[in-house]
Write a protein of this length. Structure first.
Length: 202
């Protein structure tokens, strides 16, 4: 099974690339979605977060207080790293189960959509990694169009990995400075080339 990793910083269009890959008939495991599910209810993940960040990190029902943690994590690189480490372990466990199940079913290709490309559970399981990037001012405009204040958008970008760090892990860097049509054409062409070179037909 060919495992494709898709990663990139906030506002680069990583999730859009993953959606294009999904539209081509490839199953995509979305780390953000898995993490959201794990923190939307009381459980081992949220209990571990509360032990590190205190009871303010949780809502009354035991779920994660997202606005509180977002403000904390995206203004403090250490807090972001600590939160990521806690959630990452559970996300990896879920992805490992899904990949094992796909292997049993003889699935030919799977993709992982991961914002923080850590070694365990992403880099070490991917046969190839694509990093999505775009100009910083374009990222900023995209985030502000989503309703994010400029100062917060800049902070969020600043605490994440640099474009060079993402690129250092990747076989291909997809630059997303243009239109959606241009991005779709680039992604589908690249996907076709990589799958064809491996004799994989969807």
């Amino acid at each position: 099974m060919f495992v494709l990793g898709i990663t990139g910083g906030i506002g680069t269009g990583k999730s859009t690339v993953a959606s294009i890959v999904r539209s081509a008939g490839i199953a995509v495991l979305d780390a953000d979605r898995i993490a959201h599910d794990l923190t939307s209810r009381a459980g081992e993940t949220t209990e571990a977060i509360a032990r590190v960040f205190g009871p303010k990190a949780l809502n009354e029902d035991g779920s994660l207080d997202r606005p509180y943690m977002a403000r904390l994590a995206f203004t403090n690189r250490r807090a972001l790293d600590e939160l990521s480490a806690i959630v990452h372990q559970k996300v990896v466990e879920t992805m490992d189960r899904e990949l094992a199940l796909a292997g049993q079913k003889k699935v030919k290709v799977m993709a992982l959509d991961v914002p923080i490309p850590v070694e365990r559970g992403f880099v070490n399981v991917c046969d190839q990694i694509w990093a999505v990037d775009c100009d910083r001012d374009i990222r900023l405009r995209r985030l502000m169009r989503r309703g994010m204040p400029e100062e917060e958008a800049r902070r969020r970008m600043d605490v994440q990995m640099t474009p060079e760090e993402y690129a250092g892990l990747a076989r291909h860097v997809i630059v997303n400075n243009g239109s959606l049509a241009e991005l779709e054409s680039r992604v589908l062409t690249l996907l076709d080339e990589e799958l064809t070179s491996r004799g994989i037909l969807l």
